[in-house]
Design a binder for this molecule. Structure first.
Ligand SMILES: Cc1cc2nc3c(=O)[nH]c(=O)nc-3n(C[C@H](O)[C@H](O)[C@H](O)COP(=O)(O)OP(=O)(O)OC[C@H]3O[C@@H](n4cnc5c(N)ncnc54)[C@H](O)[C@@H]3O)c2cc1C
Length: 432
């Protein structure tokens, strides 16, 4: 789907809950300021819950389907924004209702916020809000950098929060007309339920496939390349999969799924994945047993284009080279012309573990040129370095993948040099 269409679809998704609110208003406008505040408070509740349900729908993670919508990383980012937006609106909901009760005096405000114990629909709403605070706190790094597994576990509370939110809304609903309420809550809840059941149950059975590790190659200190034999997988260079190792001898991360880009070329029969030790699960994979099994779910993502004939600059840093390695390995069986300049950023030559292979590919492939940049010798990547190696870099489409500081630096540099934002595509190896 073209990016204009994706933007329109995004806008429609964000704004659609306003339509049933407008329809509800046609039955009669609020009479005074307090009534308007009350309506606004309830509207915040309606839109907040609708966005929370939509965020849930977006977490479905169907292999390949994400490509048409811009890739899984974009969908996750949208999911995060919807989640954060819904939280803000749901916080505003009781605040505005309390403000609307001000003309009734402090007793009215207190009764709105803390009704009698028997007013269970209101308490269900409070419980939903508290659960949201608990499962969203790690996403906002509220208690420091989040531990991914704890974050994932806490995110399951979103299911309970949604159920409580729906109980609250359906029991108290007076903002939407009955017809609108039926299709809004019935429709989105059904979609969210499908997403929830698929993600937590069916995807294990239908989307995960089993592979056997046939080779473990140490590429450099704390980096291995795994070769996986199993059913054929159709994917594009630059896509990633969720890998869960099943080796019983692993010190950590057994059965845990983590995203890794494929470094094999799409035409190869085996899958290859390069892993850097960045935490306990990836560190354990440095010692995974040849012959043990893994499950693979995917492919996901949309980072690189399928054809490489448009002038492009690829900038990869460290393990962020993996999408580019897959694409370069694919050049071996492609006949169309390419125009790609690759800047390989590494700390020093010992960390440029794919450089030799990429230079060999470049020697055989006209239009593909590789440049090494060593931080230890040359400091951060600079416009002068790019100017001297890729003089026309400002006119190229730029694809960048690597650690967050490299992405931030390259984005600043390119924007400063006048490269428009729409020509810069970034892939960050971090979903939180
Ligand atoms: C699209 C994508 C492609 C990636 N490709 C590669 C690759 O080719 N090679 C490679 O070595 N690494 C890759 N990574 C990074 C890799 O997923 C993390 O290094 C790995 O998950 C770390 O897990 P850990 O338990 O060892 O470390 P932890 O200490 O648990 O995690 C370190 C960081 O990795 C991220 N992370 C951890 N688990 C997950 C998860 N299940 N889903 C999303 N993010 C997670 C979190 O941001 C966390 O802060 C990729 C990440 C993404 C998002």
């Amino acid at each position: 789907m073209a990016s204009g269409a994706i933007r329109l679809a995004t806008l429609a998704l964000v704004l659609w809950p306003v339509v049933p609110l407008g329809v509800g208003l046609r039955a009669g406008l609020p009479g005074d300021a307090a009534a308007w505040l009350g309506w606004l408070g309830r509207a915040c509740g309606v839109v907040g819950l609708a966005w929370l349900l939509l965020a849930m729908v977006l977490s479905i993670r169907l292999p390949r389907w994400d490509q048409a919508l811009g890739g899984l990383l974009k969908l996750w980012r949208f999911h995060h924004l919807l989640g954060a937006g819904s939280f803000l609106l749901l916080m505003l909901h009781p605040l505005l209702l309390a403000l609307a009760a001000v003309p009734g005096g402090p007793a009215g405000v207190l009764a709105t916020l803390t009704p009698p114990v028997g007013a269970w629909p209101v308490w269900a709403g409070w419980a939903a809000l508290v659960l949201m605070m608990v499962f969203l706190a790690p996403s906002f790094s509220f208690f420091g950098p989040p531990d991914y597994q704890r974050w994932k576990w806490l995110h399951r509370l979103s299911g309970a929060a949604v159920v409580l939110g729906l109980v609250h809304t359906l029991a108290l609903s007076r903002t939407l007309g009955p017809a609108s309420a039926a299709w809004v809550w019935g429709g989105v809840t059904a979609l969210a339920l499908v997403a929830f059941v698929w993600r937590l149950g069916l995807s294990r059975r239908f989307a995960r496939r089993r592979y056997r590790i046939s080779r473990v190659e140490l590429l450099a200190e704390r980096v291995v390349e795994l070769t996986l034999e199993g059913p054929p997988l159709a994917y594009d260079a630059g896509q990633f999969v969720y890998l869960a190792p099943l080796d019983p001898a692993l010190a950590a991360g057994r059965g845990e799924e983590h995203p890794y880009s494929l470094v094999s070329a799409p035409h190869e029969s085996a899958l290859r994945i390069a892993i850097k030790d960045l935490g306990d699960a990836s560190a354990a994979l440095m010692h995974v047993t040849v012959g043990s099994d893994v499950t693979v779910e995917g492919p996901y993502g949309r980072f690189l284009p399928r054809r490489h004939d448009q002038p492009a600059l690829w900038i990869g840093g460290g393990i962020g080279m993996t999408p580019f390695v897959s694409a370069a390995r694919g050049f071996a069986v492609q006949s169309e012309s390419v125009d790609v300049q690759l800047v390989y950023c590494a700390n020093d030559p010992s960390r440029a573990y794919y450089l030799r292979e990429l230079e060999d590919i470049a020697a055989e492939r006209p239009g593909f040129v590789v440049h090494a940049h060593y931080f230890a010798d040359e400091g951060p990547l600079s416009p002068a370095f790019l100017e001297s190696r890729v003089a026309d870099f400002r006119q190229r489409d730029v694809y960048v993948c690597g650690p967050a500081p490299l992405l931030a630096l390259v984005e600043r540099l390119l924007r400063h040099e006048g490269v428009p934002r729409r020509r810069i595509v970034m892939e960050e190896f971090d979903l939180l």
